[in-house]
Write a protein that binds this ligand. Structure first.
Ligand SMILES: CC(C)(COP(=O)(O)OP(=O)(O)OC[C@H]1O[C@@H](n2cnc3c(N)ncnc32)[C@H](O)[C@@H]1OP(=O)(O)O)[C@@H](O)C(=O)NCCC(=O)NCCSC(=O)C[C@](C)(O)C(=O)O
Ligand SMILES: [Mg+2]
Length: 364
């Protein structure tokens, strides 16, 4: 374990100083693309400004024969594209035990390190994986003469990773966030799901018997297989001042269930989700941007609470110091999103004082 005094010291001579605070840039959707897929890659420059994060994926979903083409394709796109202030460029490198990852790191940091905001590392098992990446990135940043450190995002895809999630979140000042990796995690734990990022209709709770006994009619309710993992990930991230994300939802056509999964994650504290297909971008934007009603309600509570202490009644409900803090989280998010999204800025500017009970992200 590093001493607290050393925590913010660069890990290589000439490497940029680590950040003290993770920049809170809007990251509602991390949009995945395969840089070796020419049709998909051709669409990327036009997506700048329409998504918060563009992620060139080099790992799973890229065929083994295309690994090099994906890496070089990402370099070409990054060099040719101005991503502006509203869109970040991320990548997901291959796993640390793969034959491709060392070239992923060396090529990307050397060639486009000045354009890359975050490197997503898959299948992180524990803090030792982050320590390895931390030192390697520092060496490569120093060699490339970078002045800004590249941040690191871990995917939670193994039982060991979940068991170590707090240590992973706090392993380096580079840690930007953590995403759920439901497909690999389900496999590692022997969980059963019917689609990536979804649940299983067999995982349910049945009503207790009514007056007709155990053979009478009894309703069933499908339960969320991911609740425990997401809640634990959210706590680990909040504890270390980094950001939790839902991962992918693989049933592209089921936009309703995708929205439900994303919203559950938003309500539990996640700041964004992955979009695998253009159809999922609008869903993430809708879910992870507070509604006008939520913003209006937050403003009312803030105004009613004066100096922020004590308790008041608004529309029959008690508001106090703690519920004000929840409202301030919404207002901070609205302010941050307004800075880069003029549509939301005008929506929030005009937000009327809404009635209590407006639910987060449901109505715009
Ligand atoms: C799902 C697929 C195969 C459907 O691809 P498709 O071509 O069949 O879809 P389509 O509806 O026919 O596509 C319509 C148009 O959109 C384009 N398009 C389609 N997708 C994109 C995109 N992402 N970005 C930009 N453009 C896209 C596509 O090229 C096409 O263009 P066209 O109209 O000119 O013909 C395709 O969308 C895709 O490959 N998406 C990315 C998949 C991916 O990255 N998977 C890995 C992340 S999930 C994961 O790794 C798990 C995890 C975390 O590790 C763990 O849980 O363990
Ligand atoms: Mg995976």
């Amino acid at each position: 374990m590093r001493s607290a005094k050393d925590f913010f010291t660069p890990l290589a001579v000439g490497a940029p100083a680590p950040v003290r605070e993770v920049p809170a840039r809007p990251s509602r959707m991390i949009h995945f693309f395969d840089p070796s897929n020419e049709k998909m890659a051709a669409k990327i420059p036009a997506m700048v400004g329409t998504v918060d994060v563009l992620l060139g994926n080099l790992e799973d979903a890229v065929k083994a024969d295309n690994k090099e083409a994906a890496r070089l394709g990402l370099v070409a796109i990054a060099k040719a594209t101005d991503f502006g202030d509203a869109t970040q460029l991320w990548t997901r490198v291959n796993s640390l035990d793969s034959p491709w990852v060392l070239d992923d790191f060396t090529t990307l940091v050397t060639e486009i390190g000045d354009k890359l905001d975050v490197i997503m590392v898959p299948k992180v098992q524990g803090p030792e994986d982050i320590h390895y990446v931390d030192r390697l990135l520092a060496q490569l940043e120093a060699r490339a003469g970078l002045t800004r450190p590249i941040l690191v995002h871990a995917i939670l895809e193994t039982a060991r990773g979940v068991a170590n999630v707090e240590a992973i979140a706090g392993a380096s000042p580079r840690m930007q966030g953590i995403s759920l990796g439901p497909a690999d995690l389900a496999a590692d734990r022997r969980m059963k799901t019917t689609r990536v990022g979804g649940g299983h209709p067999g995982y349910l709770v049945r009503e207790d018997p009514g007056i007709e006994g155990i053979n009478g009619p009894r309703g069933t309710f499908q339960q969320d297989l991911w609740h425990y993992t997401i809640a634990r990930m959210v706590d680990a991230c909040a504890m270390h001042g980094i950001f939790p994300f839902y991962g992918p939802f693989g049933d592209i056509k089921d936009v309703v269930a995708c929205e439900d999964q994303f919203r559950n994650a938003f309500l539990l504290g996640c700041v964004g989700a992955w979009s695998l297909h253009p159809a999922q971008i609008a869903i993430a934007k809708k879910v992870f941007s507070p509604s006008a009603a939520d913003v209006a309600h937050a403003r009312r509570v803030k105004a009613a609470m004066g100096d922020g202490t004590g308790a008041v009644m608004l529309d029959g409900k008690m508001e106090d110091d703690a519920s004000l803090k929840q409202c301030l989280v919404i207002l901070a998010l609205a302010e941050q999103l307004s800075a880069s999204d003029p549509e939301l800025a005008s929506l929030y500017a005009e937000a009327p004082a809404g009635p209590d009970g407006a639910s987060a992200g449901v109505s715009a």
